[in-house]
Design a protein around this ligand. Structure first.
Ligand SMILES: Cc1cc2nc3c(=O)[nH]c(=O)nc-3n(C[C@H](O)[C@H](O)[C@H](O)COP(=O)(O)OP(=O)(O)OC[C@H]3O[C@@H](n4cnc5c(N)ncnc54)[C@H](O)[C@@H]3O)c2cc1C
Length: 391
């Protein structure tokens, strides 16, 4: 049976979010960018609406929703405030990882405040010398007398300047590759943790930056998953975040297309509405078609995840095409709105800046194409780790 409909509960959830977006997010989206602050009040409001705890069990304060429902939140909030979609993506990803791999004590300590929006937790994998080649990280976590001593530098980390804790990846076996990496929850107020923000082009309220770890003594209870296996154990979480990122970009593009369609219906050129010219309507149709196709591939990926089926290549396809096609759609919308859209009075220039960030964050187009190539061509033809076999 093939069925593309959402459940009545999912439709109600979408309607509720649409009203929230209309009343509270759209009118303020550009304000947080100008002021350079994350609206913690709205992040907490998302907690009240059940958005922060979508992938967290009810016993820890979550709303225990399926992945498709998390996708609805990413899409709808993406329409209203791209930066607040980090609450959907980060909290779903980190909520799942903690719930699946952390000790009971850690779950009780971190899941309820993540779900309520009281605490923000980021994910820190990238380093100055290791981005796409994530297994090449150099940060170390050396066990000594009941604590892991963390040293190293994480770079490009979302919520670096505002996070209460970070899911940090570090090498517990520095001589090994991905098989020597462990994952930890590291509170940002521990001695030796220092966070510095960047002056970014977009996603400004998100406070991206570097995290320096200088002899940070982290009690062993903060280990997530098994020692040396953390990286491999939690990698599957990125299949979820990539689908959600695709949908948050799709949301921003659809909102821009809707606004632009209204504009071209009303704006006259040579005595007729712009919408009557195919030079105007066909680009809108092209972008709308691409975005709709990515949207449904994203929901398909989330559905596969909900069924416990393989979805890495679907997720990677959404991650590389979603941000790319969305920024192209928003760019076109900006042009079709004319010179006024080039000002900061309209949200289009900010949407463009914000969406471009996620062409890089959580893996570039090439990084995701590597995932798809491995699946459809074969892992023996990977460009890394092993040479291509000779015939
Ligand atoms: C908005 C934003 C948010 C982010 N948030 C986080 C976060 O929360 N946590 C975190 O850990 N990181 C985060 N990052 C960092 C991000 O994940 C990395 O920037 C990304 O993985 C790319 O790594 P890099 O910048 O080191 O580029 P590099 O890996 O140096 O790549 C540079 C270029 O070369 C290409 N390239 C690299 N290797 C290959 C290859 N083998 N074949 C073909 N092309 C290749 C890449 O696609 C890219 O275009 C964020 C980045 C941004 C922009």
């Amino acid at each position: 049976m093939l069925n593309f409909s959402f459940t009545p509960e999912q439709e109600d959830f979408r309607d509720m979010l649409k009203e929230f977006v209309r009343a509270e997010l759209l009118p303020n989206y550009t304000r947080w960018d100008r002021e350079g602050v994350l609206p913690r009040g709205l992040w907490k409001k998302l907690g009240l609406l059940g958005v922060n705890g979508l992938r967290i069990p009810a016993e820890y304060g979550g709303s225990e929703a399926d992945c498709v429902t998390a996708g609805i939140a990413a899409e709808e909030i993406g329409r209203g405030d791209f930066n607040l979609t980090y609450a959907v993506m980060l909290n779903s990803l980190i909520g799942e990882i903690i719930n699946n791999h952390a000790s009971e004590d850690l779950k009780k300590e971190w899941l309820p405040p993540i779900a309520s929006g009281d605490k923000i937790v980021g994910i820190a994998l990238t380093e100055p010398d290791a981005g796409t080649d994530a297994a090449g990280i150099k940060a170390t976590a050396i066990y000594k007398d009941g604590v892991y001593v963390l040293n190293g530098e994480k770079s490009g980390i979302s919520v670096a300047t505002i996070g209460d804790a970070f899911l940090i990846f570090a090498k517990t076996k520095p001589d090994l590759g991905s098989r020597g990496i462990s994952a930890f929850i590291c509170p940002s107020d521990l001695p030796g943790v220092e966070c510095n923000g960047y002056e970014d082009m977009g996603n400004i309220p998100i406070g991206r930056g570097s995290i320096y770890l200088n002899d940070v003594e982290l009690p062993e209870k903060y280990l997530i998953g098994l020692e040396d296996k953390g990286f491999i154990q939690v990698m599957n979480g990125f299949d979820l975040s990539r689908l959600l990122i695709g949908l948050q970009c799709v949301g921003a593009a659809l909102q821009s297309l809707d606004e632009t369609i209204e504009h071209v219906k009303g704006r006259l050129s040579f005595g007729k509405p712009l919408a009557t010219y195919q030079g105007v309507s066909f680009p809108l149709v092209t972008h709308y078609t691409q975005i709709e196709m990515i949207k449904w591939q994203a929901y398909r990926g989330l559905w596969l995840r909900d069924q416990g089926l393989k979805h890495s290549k679907e997720s990677a396809s959404v991650k590389w095409m979603g941000p790319k096609c969305s920024q192209e759609a928003i760019h076109e919308c900006l042009l079709l709105n004319g010179h006024y859209a080039y000002t900061k009075e309209m949200p289009l220039e900010q949407r463009l800046r914000d969406v471009i960030g996620l062409e890089i964050g959580d893996g570039t187009a090439q990084a995701n194409q590597m995932v798809i190539a491995k699946d459809i061509i074969g892992k023996e033809f990977r460009s890394y780790e092993r040479p291509v076999p000779s015939k």
